[in-house]
Each structure stands twice: as structure tokens, then as C-alpha cells.
Design a protein around this ligand. Structure first.
Ligand code: PLP
Length: 467
């Protein structure tokens, strides 16, 4: 492929590109992630050329309004001038860097900025490149933390079924999606799972508040069974992202915190998706007055403009890692903390502050949620509307009373959601039997209406096709 062709394919929407050639080349040379086979290239809008605000544009010049904020990363749109300027400014100074080189200025400044945003007491950050590695770093910190203190038997991680924490082998083990685990078994040891606080389909057939938080108490039961001297950490989200926008009962996060404290277990809070504003606060844990021991972030930390993640740790935990080299952290990635990503992280936080975007979330979220709930009232198949802030989901069922699933499997469901979304000018996001939402924080009222109208079209098509 010539440089001219690449330029046309990647930079200029609507300019004729040899799409057939790109498709053939993609099918032959590019291995797509996450259960997408080569037939993905045959779908309309399979190849993206550029982005414009909350829209991305395919190589035919079609525009798609993002309903899911670029898989959780998108906050300020794809091409915000402030971010572009920050990018150019940093690249002119220095682009590349390696982790064992002298420390780049933006890496220090971003760590300092994060310390001012996260809950009190969390002071020290190590950077990574993805949410997966941020979580894995947190678990490695927890394990070494106990080893340094002569408690090396504490190594296990307890997380939740249906939680998603990443795609490395260890994060497959920590995550609770069966289909992403079985292909790679045997998985690394030391990962135990408990149930989700999924009230719509309570795993205990109980009802809140009569359940007395059986789902949180399961943590205590499992710690007792495994042996408290073997458990290093709990890893979980508050509102789940890929796990279906499940919001726990209000007391759940603090109950988990209490159980962790009781058994000397570190609480790792995964805010890879909920971090940086979409729930209505910088971090969701603020809403529960909850301070985890370790907070992981990624995706939206720099609005998706560059790979970056962060593992931010309580001061007293970080302080244990000092002295001889065997007490220092045996971990890192060459490209982590690179100056371009960190400069974009700083610019992104500054932009959110300047535009006051987080303060706008409650109103935008209330509009979207109310419209989805109205749709639910008039629909036979929208079983549940849930989520926090702009991170919402609709659970689709065959029968609202029995909550029986649609006869269509996830693939057929996804096909209809994507197809009808495209027809409505949306990039809709199917996940299992859900349609999930998480638009960028810059989304306008008009764009929210387009999302609502397009979703109504998708729901009508699902009813027509599967009922
Ligand atoms: N944690 C959560 C809650 C996620 O939703 C994801 C990805 O969807 C990850 C971690 C993994 O992040 P990444 O895909 O950047 O590795």
C-alpha cells in the first residue's frame, strides 16, 4: 500500500479510497481482537477513517454517532483542538521515552494531579498502558506488599463473576466471563470469585433490603473458607462496565471495605471505566465516601488520545516499598508513563475542568435515563434500565414478568442492534442481551435525542425479529 493510499484511508473522510483492497488486506494480515472474525470486514462501516466530535466516519464518508464513548475512553470527542494542540506541543519537545530513562516532566505532573483528584490518602501512582495492566500491577503490588511484611501466604485475589478487568492471562483469571476464560485454561492460580450484586437477577433469589447484602457477606464467607491468611486483595468495580452496568445496593461498597479491613485484605477498586467523570464525579467512589487501598484507572484518563493507565496507591502501602532492592517493586513496562500519554492526560483533565463537563453529567444523564425508562414502559422487551450517570444499560428479555431471555443468542442480538443502529446513524453497543450506553461527556442535547430515537428503532426491530 502506498503512503498516498494510507493517507487517503486514514485522514480524509469521503475521499475515494481503495476500500476493497483495505478489506482484502485486513482479512489477510490483521488479526481482530475480541471474537471478531474476518467477516467483520464485510459489515458496513467496518473501517474507520476519522473522527469528528462524538462521531466517527467510515471510509465511505458515513458518520456514526458514538453511543458508547469509544468503549469507555471517549469523553471530549475524537478531535478536540485543545487535545490536538497538547499533542503537537509535547511531540515537538519529546515523544519517545523508556521507563528506565530519566523521568519525563509530564509523568511527575500527572501523578501529582491525580493525587489531587483521587480520594484522600491515595498519593502515589505507577503508570501503565491499559486497564488490564493497571489491574495486574495492583495485584502484584498487593502480593509484594504482604511478602515484604513477612506475610507471603497472602496471595489470593477475590473478584466477581461477570466482572471484567482485562485480557492478560492473569486478568482473564480475575475476570468472570466464562467464554473469555475457558479458551485459555488452565489460568494462573490464586483467583477466586464471588457473585455480583445483581439485584435484577439476584443470584440468591433474594430482594434488597431483606437480603441484608448477602452478596457482600459472601466475601466474608469465602475469606473464612479460603483462610484469611491466604487472601491478599479484593478486586472489583462499583458500577460494572462490561459486566452490564450493574449498580450495587448503596451500602454494598462500604460493606466490602469493612470486610477487607476486618481481614487485612487490600481493596482494589477498578475505575477504568467509571473514572474521570461519566458517573457524575471524578471517581465513583466519591459518591460512597469510599477510599480504596488501590485505585486503577485507564481508558478515559486521556480521553482515548493515547494509551495510558494508572495504579494509584495509598501512601502507607507505597511506603512499605523502600529500603533494599528486594523491597522495591519488581515491575514495570518500557513505554509506561511516556511523555506524550502523560501530557495528554494532563491536557484532558485540564479540558474537563475548563469546560465544566462533570457538572453537566447529571442533567444529560437524567435526560437519557428518563427517555430510556419511558421507552421501557411502552416496550414488551426492555426488562431493566439501569446504570450510573451516563453509563447506562437496557437489559432485553422475552418476557418482562418472567425475565426469560430472548430466543436469539448474543450474536444474532448483536447483529440486529448494530445493523439498526447504523441505519439510524449510531454506533450502538450490544453486550450479551443488553444495549449499553456511555456517550462522551461533550454529547449535546440534540445528539442525546438522536441516541434515544435510534435506540427506539433498535428496540422495535428486536421486537419484530425475535418476539
Ligand atoms: N477494567 C474494566 C472495568 C474494563 O471495562 C476494562 C475494559 O473494558 C478493563 C479493565 C481493561 O481495560 P483495557 O481494555 O484497557 O485493558
Amino acid at each position: 500500500m502506498t503512503r498516498q493510499e494510507v493517507g487517503a484511508a486514514t485522514n480524509v473522510p469521503g475521499v475515494a479510497v481503495d476500500k476493497e483492497r483495505l478489506i482484502a488486506s485486513g482479512k489477510k494480515h490483521l488479526w481482530l481482537s475480541f471474537e471478531r472474525g474476518d467477516s467483520f470486514f464485510d459489515e458496513d462501516g467496518a473501517i474507520m477513517a476519522s473522527g469528528d466530535g462524538c462521531y466517527w466516519i467510515d471510509v465511505d464518508g458515513n458518520r456514526y454517532l458514538e453511543t458508547f464513548g469509544a468503549q469507555g475512553m471517549g469523553t471530549v470527542g475524537y478531535n478536540h483542538p485543545f487535545m490536538i494542540e497538547a499533542c503537537i506541543e509535547q511531540v515537538k519537545k519529546m515523544s519517545g521515552h523508556a521507563s528506565l530513562w530519566p523521568v519525563p516532566v509530564p509523568e511527575i505532573l500527572l501523578a501529582e494531579k491525580l493525587a489531587s483528584l483521587v480520594p484522600r490518602g491515595l498519593t502515589k501512582t505507577i503508570f501503565g498502558l491499559s486497564g488490564s495492566d493497571a489491574n495486574e500491577t495492583a495485584i502484584k503490588i498487593a502480593r509484594q506488599y504482604f511478602k515484604i511484611q513477612g506475610k507471603g501466604t497472602k496471595y489470593k485475589t477475590i473478584s466477581r463473576w461477570h466482572g471484567y478487568h482485562g485480557s492478560t492471562l492473569a486478568m482473564n483469571a480475575a475476570s468472570g466471563h466464562t467464554h473469555r476464560r475457558t479458551a485459555f485454561e488452565p489460568l494462573p492460580g490464586g483467583f477466586i470469585h464471588i457473585n455480583m450484586p445483581y439485584c435484577y437477577r439476584c443470584p440468591y433469589n433474594m430482594t434488597y433490603p431483606d437480603c441484608e447484602l448477602a452478596c457482600a457477606e459472601e466475601l466474608r464467607r469465602v475469606v473464612e473458607l479460603e483462610g484469611p491468611s491466604t487472601v491478599a486483595c479484593f478486586l472489583g468495580e462499583i458500577t460494572t462496565a462490561s459486566g452490564g452496568r450493574v449498580v450495587p445496593p448503596p451500602e454494598y461498597p462500604r460493606r466490602i471495605r469493612e470486610i477487607c479491613d476486618e481481614y487485612d485484605i487490600l481493596m482494589i477498586l477498578d475505575e477504568v471505566v467509571t473514572g474521570f467523570g461519566k458517573t457524575g464525579t471524578w471517581f465513583e467512589c466519591e459518591q460512597y465516601d469510599l477510599v480504596p487501598d488501590i485505585l486503577t484507572t485507564g481508558k478515559a484518563i486521556c480521553g482515548g488520545y493515547a494509551p495510558l493507565s494508572a495504579t494509584t496507591v495509598k501512601e502507607e502501602i507505597a511506603e512499605v516499598f523502600s529500603g533494599s532492592s528486594d523491597r522495591l517493586l519488581h515491575h514495570g513496562f518500557t513505554l509506561a508513563g511516556n511523555p506524550l500519554s502523560c501530557a495528554l492526560g494532563l491536557a484532558h483533565i485540564e479540558l474537563i475542568e475548563k469546560l465544566g463537563l462533570i457538572a453537566e453529567v447529571p442533567e444529560k444523564a437524567a435526560f437519557l435515563r428518563t427517555e430510556l425508562e419511558k421507552m421501557q414502559e411502552n416496550s414488551k422487551i426492555i426488562g431493566d434500565v439501569r446504570g450510573k450517570g451516563l453509563l447506562l444499560a437496557m437489559e432485553i428479555v422475552k418476557d418482562k414478568a418472567t425475565k426469560e431471555l430472548l430466543p436469539a443468542g448474543p450474536e444474532a442480538f448483536a447483529r440486529v442492534v448494530s445493523r439498526e443502529g447504523r441505519k439510524a446513524g449510531l454506533h450502538a453497543y450490544p453486550a450479551g442481551n443488553r444495549i449499553q450506553f456511555g456517550p462522551s461527556m461533550i454529547v449535546s442535547q440534540e445528539e442525546l435525542k438522536l441516541i434515544v430515537d435510534g435506540t427506539a428503532r433498535i428496540v422495535r426491530a428486536l421486537e419484530a425479529e425475535f418476539l
